[in-house]
Design a protein around this ligand. Structure first.
Ligand SMILES: [Zn+2]
Length: 370
C-alpha cells in the first residue's frame, strides 16, 4: 500500500512542515488548503478559474455523489476527474460524516450504518466495504477510511466510536483494490488524551500513506482542539501527511500548521461568498453593507486576485443587491485566493525558517482586528 504516494518533507520549522505529497494527478505542495466541491463542483467557480487560482487539491463528498448521480454513473463516464473536468489531485471523504450529519433515520451497528436519503427518503446502507467500493468508482487520489465520529463530551461513546473506527479501517484495507489511490486512516477519540493516544498508535501501526485527525470542530472548545492536535502530533509518524478535516478559517490554518498539520479542507470560503462576506487577513467584511455603496477600492487593497484587480467594492455590492450570480463567483474567487496565497506564504515562511515570526505577526493582527 502507498506505492507512488511518497511524502517528502523539504523543511521543518519547529513543528511546522513544508513538504511534497506525490499523487498520480500531480504533486501537492504542503501545507495545502483544499477547496470543497461537495457535488463534484466548487460552488460558483469553474475548474478553469480554480486552475488560475493555483488550487491543487479539491475535495468531493462521497455521500452526495453516491446518492446523486450515483458512483456507477460517474465510473461509466470515466471517473470523477473526467466527470468534473479536474486533472489535478482529488480527495473524497468516506461518506460517514455526512450520513451522521444529514441523513435521516440512522441505525448504526458494528457492520455499518443504514439511513434514509435526505433527497428522496430511500433506504441505504453504508459499510466500510461499500464506502471503499464507491470511492473506487469515483477514483479520487486520496480516499478516506469509513469512520464514526463520537460526540465531544461523552467518553463512553467516544471509546465505542473509536474502536468501531479501528475495526472499520482494517476492513477498508482488506477490500481496497486500486493501487492508484491512497487510503488515509482517521484518528478518533474526542477530547480524551488516552483515547487519542490509543487511536494514533493503532493507526500508525497500520502504516497507511496518510492520517486524518477526525472528530474535531464538532462542538469542543478551541483550546481543546489545539491541545488534541499537539497531543496527536507526538504519536503520528513524522513521515506521513496529516490532514485536519473541515477546518479552514485563516487563524485555524496558521494554528494547525504550527501543530504539524499538512492538509486542510473547508467549505468556508465559498459558503461565506454566498453570504456576501469577503475574507481578509484581518477578518471578514460584509460587502452588502451600505458603507460600500460608492466605494471605489477593491475588497482588499492588498489582494492580487482577479476580483480585486478588476472590480470596485461598489460594483460587487451592486451585484449582491441585484442578486446577480456573478457576485458569488467574484467573492468565491477572492476568498479562495486569500486562503491559497495564505498557505503559499506559510509554506515560504517555513522554508525560510521564519514561520514562528510569521504566525505571531499574523495572529496578533488577526486578534487585534476582532
Ligand atoms: Zn481579492
Amino acid at each position: 500500500m502507498g506505492t507512488g504516494f511518497d511524502f517528502e518533507i523539504i523543511e521543518h520549522d519547529e513543528r511546522a512542515r513544508a513538504g511534497i505529497f506525490h499523487t498520480p494527478h500531480g504533486d501537492l505542495l504542503t501545507p495545502v488548503f483544499a477547496p470543497v466541491g461537495t457535488q463534484g463542483t466548487v460552488k460558483s467557480v469553474t475548474p478553469a478559474q480554480l486552475e488560475q487560482l493555483d488550487a491543487s487539491l479539491v475535495l468531493a463528498n462521497t455521500y452526495h455523489l453516491y446518492l446523486r448521480p450515483g458512483d456507477k454513473v460517474i465510473a461509466d463516464l470515466g471517473g470523477l476527474h473526467q466527470f468534473m473536468h479536474w486533472d489535478k489531485p482529488l480527495l473524497t471523504d468516506s461518506g460517514g460524516f455526512q450520513v451522521f450529519s444529514l441523513a435521516e433515520s440512522r441505525r448504526i451497528s458494528d457492520d455499518g450504518v443504514t439511513f434514509k436519503s435526505h433527497i428522496d427518503g430511500s433506504t441505504h446502507e453504508l459499510t466500510p466495504e461499500k464506502s471503499i467500493a464507491i470511492q473506487e468508482n469515483l477514483g479520487a487520489d486520496i480516499i478516506m477510511a469509513f469512520d464514526e465520529c463520537g460526540s465531544p463530551y461523552d467518553i463512553a461513546k467516544n471509546e465505542t466510536a473509536m474502536l468501531r473506527t479501528h475495526h472499520w479501517v482494517e476492513r477498508c484495507i482488506t477490500v481496497k483494490t486500486r493501487s492508484d489511490q491512497a487510503l488515509f486512516g482517521i484518528i478518533q477519540g474526542g477530547i480524551y488524551p488516552e483515547l487519542r493516544i490509543r487511536s494514533a498508535e493503532f493507526l500508525a501501526s497500520l502504516d497507511l500513506p496518510g492520517y486524518a485527525i477526525g472528530g474535531l470542530s464538532v462542538g469542543e472548545t478551541k483550546k481543546e482542539t489545539l491541545s488534541t492536535l499537539e497531543l496527536v502530533d507526538q504519536y503520528l509518524p513524522e513521515t506521513k501527511p496529516r490532514y485536519l478535516m473541515g477546518v479552514g478559517s485563516p487563524e485555524d490554518l496558521v494554528r494547525g500548521v504550527q501543530r504539524g498539520v499538512d492538509i486542510f479542507d473547508c467549505v468556508l470560503p465559498t459558503r461565506l461568498a454566498r453570504h456576501h462576506a469577503a475574507m481578509t487577513r484581518t477578518g471578514r467584511i460584509n460587502i452588502a453593507n451600505a458603507r460600500y455603496s460608492t466605494e471605489k477600492s477593491p475588497l482588499d487593497e492588498n489582494c492580487s486576485c482577479y476580483t480585486c484587480k478588476n472590480f470596485s467594492s461598489a460594483y460587487i455590492r451592486h451585484l449582491v443587491l441585484a442578486k446577480e450570480m456573478l457576485a458569488a463567483t467574484l467573492l468565491s474567487i477572492h476568498n479562495l485566493h486569500m486562503l491559497i496565497t495564505l498557505m503559499n506564504d506559510i509554506r515560504q515562511a517555513i522554508m525560510n525558517h521564519q514561520f514562528d515570526h510569521f504566525a505571531t505577526n499574523f495572529l496578533e493582527n488577526w486578534e487585534s482586528a476582532l
